[in-house]
Write a protein that binds this ligand. Structure first.
Ligand SMILES: Nc1ccn([C@@H]2O[C@H](COP(=O)(O)O)[C@@H](O)[C@H]2O)c(=O)n1
Ligand SMILES: C[C@@]1(CO)OP(=O)(O)OP(=O)(O)OC[C@H]1O
Length: 163
């Protein structure tokens, strides 16, 4: 049995915040605004998994009205979503994600991001693809107002799980 999910997220740039993407601190002059650490890539992946399981979205489980999640490390958020996935007897088949940002350049960090995301997802790095693109200076991404990300994920039934 396989299930497919799609995730999409946007965060605006903000001064005096670190840029955290894929669980890594990426050197840049600005970070992203958000209730949590605003890790747009991990939010996208979490939403794609919840979508595949028809469980809703991250706002349902981690509401931005709850102070408990203020400045939350999104690695913890995604790990909780992975637990829900395992509870439903699914594991990652593969994931393909794209980050849309005019700056910074993510190419030098992509392999570290893949390792980071694969480790949270408890899957092999060969199951995780992450891409980056500019929007050729068009739109809010092109004007460097924010970063957006999209992901598709394929889940497969967990063969080694009882039940
Ligand atoms: N923030 C970004 C955006 C792009 N890249 C890399 O550059 C390549 C070319 O980007 P275009 O938007 O001109 O297609 C892209 O394929 C990425 O490898 C990047 O590292 N960081
Ligand atoms: C992660 C949460 C919760 O801290 O906050 P944000 O960092 O604002 O992220 P977003 O993707 O807008 O929505 C999910 C929120 O519930």
């Amino acid at each position: 049995m396989i299930r497919i999910g799609h995730g999409f997220d946007v965060h605006a740039f903000a001064d005096d915040r670190p840029l955290i993407i894929g669980g890594l601190n990426i050197p840049h002059d600005r970070g992203l605004a958000g209730h949590s650490d605003a890790d747009v890539l991990l939010h996208t992946v979490a939403d794609a998994i919840l979508g595949a399981l028809a469980l809703g979205d991250i706002g349902k489980f981690f509401p931005d009205t709850d102070d408990k999640y203020k400045d939350m490390d999104s690695k913890v958020l995604l790990a909780e979503v992975v637990e829900k996935m395992h509870d439903e007897n699914y594991e990652i088949g593969n994931i393909d994600a794209v980050i849309m940002a005019q700056a910074p350049k993510f190419r030098p960090h992509i392999d570290d991001m893949r390792e980071s995301v694969a480790s949270i997802l408890k899957t092999s790095v060969s199951n995780v693809n992450i891409k980056a693109t500019t929007t050729e200076k068009l739109g809010f991404v092109g004007r460097k107002e924010g970063i957006t990300s999209e992901a598709v994920v394929l889940l497969t039934k967990w063969r080694n799980h009882n039940g």
